[in-house]
Design a protein around this ligand. Structure first.
Ligand SMILES: [Zn+2]
Length: 90
């Protein structure tokens, strides 16, 4: 049985995976993890990379808008600096 809940704090769909920022309900730590795009909308069980507690996360679905945005993004492929996206929100 899962004992922790990993809340999805933010997520972003890329070409073939879902990049999520999750919060562990056990240790309260924020971590990021990538999932295969095929897993969208599913409940995934895994262990917290911080405290090792088993838990589960509900992955988001890609919305219609996100699909469209993604297709547009795909046409104009640019190298983006992703470094500043994960500013701490404390
Ligand atoms: Zn944890």
């Amino acid at each position: 049985m899962a004992s922790a809940i990993f809340r999805v704090q933010s997520h972003k769909f890329s070409q073939d995976n879902i990049q999520t920022t999750l919060v562990c309900s056990k240790c309260d730590e924020v971590f990021s993890k990538e999932f295969l795009i095929d897993l969208e909308g599913q409940t995934i069980e895994f262990k917290c990379p911080v405290c090792g507690a088993p838990g589960e996360a509900d992955l988001p679905y890609k919305s219609a808008e996100e699909r469209e945005e993604f297709e547009e993004d795909f046409e104009e492929v640019e190298e983006e600096e992703g470094g500043e996206e994960f500013e701490e929100e404390y």
